[in-house]
Design a protein around this ligand. Structure first.
Ligand SMILES: [Zn+2]
Length: 252
């Protein structure tokens, strides 16, 4: 009998030509996948960001009245970071950071972008990661996964009423997954990733940066252990058709 992996092979993230990165906040892709994005950009993949929230809450100091200024700062920092990684386009849903929005609302907005952008791969955060307490992460990941299985159904309207012109999303990659099935050696892109993260100046202080680097060095080494590399980033990569009624997807 054929195994699930033989019936539905793992899509090849490195073969992606147009990658849509759906992230809850403006820096999640840098932190989780910065090395991989730089590697893919160097291979000619078009990298497009879609950021779900405005990140106006994610400041270490300041007050509520400064929200508009914060949104501006976060968008500037994101573009500075993306430039270093090779991101070519930036879109935002502008939902309130840690605020009042839901999966359905985000999904409908995402459907419009997916149908317009026509990516062959979607990268987002794993909404099934245990102990993820930030709702923005769980909801953004769930909305992206749902959009990646429903985008081809013309009867499901998108927020922007974009008609569906047939195309196919080959795969979805989930970052920060506790059950990864792909580990990529990105040692050569690590410094570029770190430099990109450092562009998010409003979010970093010297102590938090030092802690992050120690943590990330350890994580990168652990993720690379199986393949004998010093620094790796890992993902759960699935064919979108496994994201519905396939219990084996968890161990795929
Ligand atoms: Zn985040």
């Amino acid at each position: 009998m054929m195994s699930l992996k033989e019936t539905v092979p793992m899509p090849d993230l490195l073969a992606s030509r147009r990658l849509l990165c759906i992230q809850p906040h403006p820096d999640d892709m840098e932190y989780s996948s910065g090395g991989t994005l730089a590697l893919l950009a160097d291979r000619g993949t078009e990298i497009i960001y879609l950021t779900v929230t405005d990140d106006a809450a994610g400041f270490l100091s300041g007050n509520k009245d400064e929200a508009e200024e914060r949104r501006k700062i976060r968008k500037e920092e994101q573009k500075n970071a993306g430039k270093l990684l090779g991101v070519s386009k930036y879109h935002w849903l502008n939902l309130p950071d840690a605020g009042d929005w839901n999966v359905r609302q985000a999904r409908d907005l995402m459907l419009g972008f997916i149908r317009r952008i026509r990516p062959d791969f979607v990268l987002t955060v794993d909404p099934w990661m245990p102990y993820e307490a930030h709702r923005d992460h769980v909801m953004a990941g769930l909305a992206a996964c749902e959009a990646a299985i429903l985008y081809s159904l013309p009867s499901i309207a998108s927020h922007q009423s974009v008609p569906f012109d047939p195309f196919s999303i080959q795969g979805i990659a989930l970052a920060w997954s506790d059950r990864p099935n792909l580990s990529l050696d990105v040692e050569a892109w690590k410094e570029r990733k770190r430099e990109a993260i450092r562009q998010h100046e409003s979010q970093i202080n010297p102590q938090s940066w030092e802690h992050y680097c120690v943590y990330d060095d350890g994580r990168g080494a652990r993720e690379g252990k199986a393949s004998g590399t010093l620094y790796a980033e890992s993902f759960k990569v699935l064919d979108p058709q496994l994201l519905h009624c396939v219990p084996e997807a968890g161990n795929y």
